[in-house]
Design a protein around this ligand. Structure first.
Ligand SMILES: C[S@@+](CC[C@H](N)C(=O)[O-])C[C@H]1O[C@@H](n2cnc3c(N)ncnc32)[C@H](O)[C@@H]1O
Length: 267
């Protein structure tokens, strides 16, 4: 049967697996193609438990957003937002604060197209296609400035995305440019694959991702902590995703230490 590809933007290369579509597949979504699924299965062979790792990351994102709303944040800049799935940031935030505004940013045309479709009738949220390595293209985009008020605190979310930034691109320097555009009491939430956990399996996973459009670059815990330069770490600091302010007993999820997560507040 010929698949119905009406939802695919014309510029999309469906033969090269993308991180957005592989993650969608790992989370049981339906916006992925055979090459994405094949590489995601190889990803899971290299790093067994990858579906749990993705699920725990998504749960961290939810708890981080709720924490930020409780801390007074009403506007979010979600960079590397991915293909919309259950528990998108605007939905999570608005369950507690109905006036929350969200800008979604991604480089993946499918992620952006689907986000724009989902938000077509939502004046308080929008999605743009941009690269996080070019902060000014996001921070000064008229659409972004039209929705977010940079004189008020913003929740900057970079969840499961900074490991796509090559080490040579100076992620710390890039983050400094975002930090400088935010007022005090803004927050940064990050999750990131770490080189410190299961090194052999991680190396195999990195090799698999070289076949995708989005190779992964591991950082040590110390390098991930450094990403928060200029922010005060919120307790409990940079920890495995399941251990960041869990809402109940975490059980075996505590053993999933491949992705580290943290939240910082700009003083
Ligand atoms: C796996 S998804 C994460 C989705 C969501 N943040 C979450 O944690 O559930 C990572 C996303 O980062 C996007 N991405 C990769 N490199 C990027 C870059 N340089 N700028 C913006 N987005 C990027 C990918 O296209 C992908 O959609």
């Amino acid at each position: 049967m010929t698949p119905n590809l009406n939802w695919v933007p014309h510029e999309v290369d469906i033969d090269t697996p993308s991180a957005a579509r592989m993650y969608d597949y790992l989370l049981s979504g339906s916006h992925n193609f055979a090459p994405d699924r094949a590489l995601a299965d190889m990803f899971d062979q290299a790093l067994p438990g990858s579906r749990d790792i993705a699920r725990l990351n998504r749960a961290f994102l939810r708890r981080a957003v709720l924490f930020l709303v409780e801390s007074g944040i009403r506007q979010f800049l979600d960079i590397g937002s991915g293909i919309p799935t259950a528990g998108n940031v605007h939905q999570t935030a608005r369950r507690v604060a109905a006036d929350s505004r969200v800008v979604y940013v991604d480089t993946d045309p499918i992620a952006v197209a689907h986000s724009q479709l989902m938000l077509a009738d939502d004046p308080q949220a929008l999605a743009i296609k941009a690269d996080l390595c070019e902060p000014e293209s996001i921070l000064y985009a008229p659409q972004v400035r039209g929705l977010l008020d940079f004189s008020q605190p913003i929740g900057l979310l970079m969840v499961w995305v900074l490991h796509f930034v090559p080490i040579a691109r100076d992620a710390v320097g890039i983050l400094r440019r975002y930090r400088d555009a935010l007022v005090p009491d803004s927050y940064l939430a990050v999750s990131h694959f770490t080189a410190d956990s299961r090194p052999a399996e991680m190396a195999a996973m990195v090799k698999v991702m070289k076949r995708s459009a989005n190779p992964i670059h591991l950082r040590t815990r110390a390098q991930i902590v450094e990403l928060f330069a200029g922010f005060d770490m919120v307790e409990p600091g940079v920890v495995a995703t399941a251990l960041w302010r869990p809402e109940g007993p975490v059980g075996n999820d505590a053993d999933r230490t491949e992705v580290l997560a943290g939240v910082g507040r700009k003083p």
